[in-house]
Ligand binder design. Structure first.
Ligand code: S3P
Length: 187
């Protein structure tokens, strides 16, 4: 994903057209957080960063939550946060990469919003995540082969959840956001 150029940035029109929540799903490093931040001023919607919100509430890093309490505890926190989204509208939720794995999470997301799946090639993902230490599931597994096999295992879950699919490879940030807005207007 390339950064948008300043000319395009100046030309952003704030369009308040989306009366529901937008849930960005996708593999780690697919660009959910970056896209959420760019999209936010374009459509005048706030962002909730699920991982950050969980870290804030638990006062622990994601790796520490996994080590201390285990993955299923973390997954329950994700589900709880999504249930709270029923009471919210007009927010962009940048989901953790595993959110679409639970069917009840997908049902929750669809209750209050639309689900947008950001995709990227394993090579792109590796490039984006390789220096990050905050992803326990990739700790010690930073290879294209591992990422590819994990992506394959998750593919049907992401596909079942997605109402819009956006490929992020080789596109600048602004183009990705414009595509999201355009596609959401069509459904
Ligand atoms: C996870 C993705 C991470 C974080 C946790 C588990 C996953 O979020 O929620 O490490 O299972 O894919 P990002 O997708 O924001 O990295």
């Amino acid at each position: 994903m390339k950064d948008c150029d300043s000319q395009k940035r100046r030309n952003i029109d704030v369009v308040k057209v989306i009366p529901y929540n937008i849930f960005l799903i996708g593999f780690m490093g697919s660009g959910k957080s970056t896209v959420a931040r760019q999209l936010s001023p374009m459509i005048a919607m706030d962002v909730i960063e699920m991982d950050q919100e969980i870290v804030r509430r638990e006062r622990m890093s994601i790796p520490d939550i996994f080590t201390e309490y285990g993955e299923s505890y973390f997954r329950d926190l994700e589900t709880k946060l999504l249930v709270e989204m029923r009471e919210r509208s007009n927010v962009i939720v940048s989901c953790g990469g595993g959110v679409a794995l639970r069917e009840e999470n997908v049902e929750e997301m669809k209750k209050s919003g639309r689900v947008v799946w950001l995709t990227a090639r394993p090579e792109t993902i590796l490039e984006r995540v390789r220096n990050n230490k905050e992803r326990p599931l990739l700790d010690g597994n930073m290879t294209i082969e591992y990422i590819q096999s994990m992506m394959e295992k998750r593919h049907t879950k992401y596909a079942a959840a997605a109402e819009v699919i956006i490929d992020t490879d080789e596109k600048d940030l602004y183009t990705i956001c414009e595509e999201i807005i355009q596609r959401l207007r069509q459904i």
